[in-house]
Design a protein around this ligand. Structure first.
Ligand code: ADP
Ligand code: MG
Length: 261
């Protein structure tokens, strides 16, 4: 068979096997193998590794997009010096994703501006890098989405979708109180996920104040019982990063304009 015919048939086989990245790069690799005297096993290893690497990169990009993070803030951009009592070892352990396998929840509690959303996003990004299906949503937006779905009789599908995620990140739980319906539906999601899939929650409220948000004290107690079971509770007690940055900015500006009061 001529070289051209072989190349055409090879392209066809690779595409039929869904090895599209190998198909795209095989010509160049064949040339390099010929010129460099690379043996068959090495050649095949390099091409299959390339296919796997591109697939994994594409999956990560897809997972990051599906997660709908408001900002892509990875752990590398978190300044641990600004959060002196944060357990760095725990954060590193969480970044490995072990808690996802063990179905442990993470609850970040603390004042506004302390980096709760940043940390939750960073852990979510790590999970995406590990190929996990993640969704970031505020508590308020999720409650509204569920209420809307109920009127469209689409609720079962939506609850299924949120239950199947490998990681659900519920941001800003407690900033806005839920309607009775919203609280019940959110409770349903968290109950369905209990021991099935982990949740990361960020909140400015201490547990004692959760009844204010969920309304019913019995439901709140049942919810807290479930989500705090085997959870990592991280108390963000340090100063607001945002506030510190703006104070720093003001001081610098004052220094640059002498005489300014
Ligand atoms: P919270 O959710 O606790 O209100 P955010 O995570 O929204 O706080 O943080 C507010 C802003 O400050 C964000 O832009 C965040 O990236 C930044 N930030 C907070 N803490 C840190 C930190 N330790 N290192 C770097 N940036 C931080
Ligand atoms: Mg936040």
């Amino acid at each position: 068979m001529s070289n051209v015919a072989t190349a055409i048939l090879l392209q066809h086989s690779l595409k039929s096997l869904n090895l599209t990245n190998m198909a795209r790069h095989i010509e160049q690799h064949l040339r390099q193998a010929k010129d460099g005297g690379i043996d068959y096993a090495q050649f095949l290893l390099e091409l299959t590794e390339l296919e796997l690497r591109i697939r994994s990169d594409n999956r990560e990009t897809r997972r990051l997009k599906e997660a709908k993070f408001p900002l892509l803030k990875p752990l590398e951009t978190f300044d641990f010096e600004a959060a002196p009592v944060l357990d760095k070892r725990l954060m590193r352990e969480l970044a490995t994703g072990e808690y996802l396998k063990d179905k442990r929840n993470v609850i970040l509690l603390g004042k506004s501006g302390t980096g709760k959303t940043h940390l939750a996003t960073a852990l979510g990004i790590e999970a995406c890098r590990q190929g996990q299906r993640v969704r970031f949503v505020t508590g308020y937006a999720l409650a509204n989405e569920l209420i809307e779905a109920r009127t469209e009789k689409d609720l079962t599908r939506l609850i299924g979708k949120y239950t199947r995620l490998n990681l659900l990140i519920l941001d800003e739980l407690g900033y806005v109180p839920f309607s009775k319906e919203g609280a019940e539906l959110l409770f349903q999601i968290l109950a369905e996920r209990h021991e099935r899939g982990p949740v990361i929650i960020t909140t400015n409220l201490g547990f004692a104040d959760w009844t204010q948000v969920f309304g019913d004290p019995n439901m709140t107690a049942a919810l807290l019982d479930r989500i705090t079971h085997r959870a990592h509770i991280i108390e963000c007690t340090w100063d607001s990063y945002r506030l510190k940055q703006s104070l720093k900015g003001r001081k610098t500006a004052a220094k640059q304009t002498p005489g300014h009061v």
